[in-house]
Design a protein around this ligand. Structure first.
Ligand code: PMP
Length: 350
């Protein structure tokens, strides 16, 4: 703290990201990265960009990437916004759409960046409890609000909402924006992008950090009707001139063009998730049904903090949240089959 800080900075409570340890021999199952690398075509496209051309500014409109996303989803490029990771896209959306003076509704167990952005952008949070099965009940969101945001599947629970339920909410909530954060949608969910044409109150945000294995590149996107995208572009253009660098633009576009690799790796993660769920259940864990690349599990007889500490002693890192209602859960990222086997073996011995 310094006397030069404004009271606003003094009161900020920033987001704390999951640990990124520097050690190499670790089974790192704590921040939901993809265990398989990015598409080889994305890697080749990025290598090609590392050249003398880096003296040139990138395309400020990100046209080639928007076209690649549009082609992938069968929408127009005018429906697509891109930014530095979905965290940045979410930040712009908080500024562009969530009304002051009315509460922003989101689940009380959810992505912990939402309350942080509420603090940063002067949006009043109203957190809605999950039901007794740790699921989001969208009926609870039918109340006066200045916006609604939730991840689908939810994080850190992994539980998925159906498109039907989302559509009913969109029909009941026409006066404020509904933002569906689809960071984990590619591991078994159905994207709400299918609804964008029919609902001007819907914005879908996605990331290339999980299913496309490009967390280090920092690319996220939003899909919505052009009026929404225009608002995001205005905020972005008031913030920076070049949202993505040349390497990121090329790598992200090539990733969307490589459908086969994407589907193969997502299917491997899904199969491993199901196997991990069965193995944890056999060890006595209660595992929530997950549609993400992680599972959320608790053991009725073992303390989660203790388990996380014991795993760490063996070089296996999982995520433990010291948060009411979920302090007995562990969030475990699905790794390679070898990593998952190491996890199960370690848990069997504890
Ligand atoms: N939304 C959710 C629900 C997440 O879990 C994450 C990853 N921590 C993000 C958004 C942000 O992802 P990124 O900034 O890497 O695109």
């Amino acid at each position: 703290m310094s006397k030069f800080w404004s009271p606003f900075v003094h009161d900020l409570v920033p987001y704390v990201p999951g640990e990124q340890p520097k050690m190499t021999r670790l089974v790192k199952l704590n921040t939901n990265e993809n265990p398989y690398g990015p598409s080889p075509r994305a890697l080749a496209a990025m290598r090609e960009q590392v050249s003398d051309d880096l003296r040139l500014y990138p395309d400020p409109n990100c046209d080639l990437l928007k076209q690649a996303v549009a082609d992938y989803y069968g929408v127009e490029p005018s429906h697509v916004f891109v930014g530095n990771g979905s965290d940045e896209v979410l930040a712009h959306a908080f500024q562009a759409f969530f009304q002051q003076g009315k509460p922003l509704l989101f689940p009380d167990i959810s992505y912990s960046f939402y309350p942080v952005y509420c603090g940063l952008y002067g949006v009043e949070p109203k957190q809605i409890p999950l039901d007794e099965n740790f699921a989001i009940d969208l009926d609870d969101y039918r109340q006066d609000n200045g916006g609604i945001i939730f991840p689908n599947p939810n994080a850190p629970t992994g539980r998925l909402l159906t498109l039907d339920a989302i559509e009913q909410l969109l029909q009941a909530n026409t006066e404020s924006l509904v933002l569906v954060d689809e960071a984990y949608i590619d591991f078994g969910g159905q994207s709400a992008i299918a609804l964008v044409d029919r609902y001007p109150n819907l914005l879908v945000v996605q990331t290339l950090s999980k299913s496309r294995s490009l967390a280090g590149l920092r690319v996220g996107l939003a899909v919505g009707q052009p009026e929404l995208i225009e608002a995001l572009e205005r905020i972005k253009n008031s913030f920076n001139s070049y949202p993505l660098d040349r390497v990121a633009l090329a790598g992200a576009a090539a990733s969307f063009a490589d459908r086969e690799y994407f589907e193969q790796t997502c299917n491997r993660v899904i199969a491993s998730r199901e196997q991990m769920t069965a193995q944890l259940t056999a060890l006595g864990f209660e595992v929530l049904p997950s549609a993400a690349n992680f599972v959320f599990a608790r053991h009725p007889q073992q303390d989660a903090g203790e388990l996380a500490a014991r795993l760490r002693e063996q070089g296996i890192i999982v995520r433990h949240f010291r948060q009411p209602r979920i302090e007995q859960f562990l969030r475990i990222t699905v790794g390679t089959d070898e990593q998952n086997a190491e996890l199960i073996e370690a848990l069997s011995g504890i």
